[in-house]
Design a protein around this ligand. Structure first.
Ligand SMILES: O=C(CO)[C@H](O)[C@H](O)COP(=O)(O)O
Length: 230
């Protein structure tokens, strides 16, 4: 079983949590893509679903599958959001944003009654932080904001370089026109304290720590799918 097979298995298992008539948040990334495909199949079968995508990439995919889309302005409360993650721990704390969609992902997940994470087993870790923590930052004052992020890291007992995410030799620009600083921390000490410190910095739009948001994680392994609940 390849890693992509496991991602697909987790995505298909999440379909058990949705039903016709629901309002869904659609995540971003290679795992969420399989879930969006499955939603497209259900729509073809006649299910009545209305969805909010968490990125332009997911919006395009959903449109190509004929999935009816809405916005959080029209539909401010969703039933379920299903999304991938870069890392998750046993308390269902997540690192997200590897695909750069963390801001919309967090807004959509926080507007949903339930967030379900789908992942292959490589994403499950004892301690968050091996995957660099993405922090979405307004380009104005980037260096000054970076200094404040360093201070927040130190204050919460963390340390590591901040790297401006690049694509094709230029800073990667998010769907919201911002840039991303990836914080390579190794181990994240006190994620709650770090999350609060990062959220208080002017210039930081959002960070990739999703704490207290996911209530179910569907993890696909070689031996089948396991479900963790909070
Ligand atoms: O947070 C995300 C995008 O911003 C993705 O959910 C995360 O990067 C996981 O991606 P993949 O399913 O491709 O491994």
């Amino acid at each position: 079983m390849t890693s992509d097979d496991r991602k697909k298995a987790a995505a298909l298992a999440a379909v058990a949590y949705i039903s016709s008539g629901m309002k869904l948040g659609l995540g971003t990334g290679s795992t969420a893509k399989h879930f969006v495909d499955a939603v497209g199949e259900k729509v073809k079968q006649g299910w009545d679903l209305v969805c909010v995508p968490t990125s332009e990439a997911t919006r395009k995919q959903a449109e190509s599958l004929g999935i009816r889309l809405t916005t959080l302005d029209e539909t401010p409360v969703l039933d379920v959001t299903v999304d991938g993650a870069d890392e998750l721990d046993s308390e269902l704390r997540l690192i997200k944003g590897g695909g750069g969609a963390l801001l919309r992902e967090k807004i959509v997940a926080s507007s949903s009654r339930q967030m379900i994470v789908i992942a292959d087993d490589s994403k499950k870790v004892a301690t968050l932080g091996k995957y660099p923590l993405p922090v979405e930052v307004v380009p104005f004052g980037l260096k000054a904001t970076g200094i404040k992020i360093d201070q927040a890291l130190a204050w919460s007992g963390n340390k590591g370089p901040l790297i401006v995410r690049m694509r094709d030799g230029k800073p990667f620009v998010t769907d919201n026109g911002n840039v991303i600083l990836d914080c390579a921390l190794g181990h994240i000490h006190n994620p709650e304290k770090l999350a609060a410190a990062l959220s208080s910095i002017p210039g930081v739009v959002e960070h990739g720590l999703f704490i207290g948001m996911a209530s179910i994680a569907i993890i696909a392994t070689e031996n089948g799918v396991e479900t963790l609940k909070k």
